[in-house]
Design a protein around this ligand. Structure first.
Ligand code: CO
Length: 134
């Protein structure tokens, strides 16, 4: 079921500062910010060749990463995203195995315009897992 690592996501308190650090200090290519109101975040992607780093900043009230940043004020690793060929088949297989899918269980459109789902971190050893249909 599990395919390539698509990205590792880091929640950051200030996207402009984090973008500057990755672009100017670390010398990486960073995309323009993209607001995802449906997900309550603004994102940029850092291209590191074999995968991407997603930098996430809260967007709007009730952002799903606001509580995370309260616990981790300087930022931290928020989730890992793996690619799957068929997200509905993956979801059904995971649910049958007892894993919890966040939200209403239906895929939403992610930052790459492709369907994504999130799996409960308690079911995967403390790490929030995103699945993206490649
Ligand atoms: Co992500």
């Amino acid at each position: 079921m599990l395919g390539r690592l698509n990205h590792v996501a880091l929640a950051v308190p200030d996207l402009a500062t984090a973008t500057a650090a990755y672009r100017d200090t670390l010398g990486a290519r960073v995309t323009a910010p993209q607001a995802l109101p449906e997900h309550g975040v603004t994102v940029v992607f850092v291209d590191v060749g074999n995968t991407k780093i997603e930098l996430l900043e809260p967007l709007g009230a009730g952002s799903p990463i606001a509580a995370f940043l309260e616990k981790n004020p300087s930022g931290g690793m928020h989730h890992v995203c793996y690619e799957v060929d068929d997200i509905l088949a993956a979801r059904d297989q995971l649910k049958a195995a007892g894993a919890r899918v966040l939200g209403d269980g239906n895929p939403r459109t992610g930052a790459h315009g492709k369907p994504v789902l999130f799996l409960h971190p308690k079911d995967f050893f403390g790490t929030l897992v995103e699945l993206e249909q490649a």
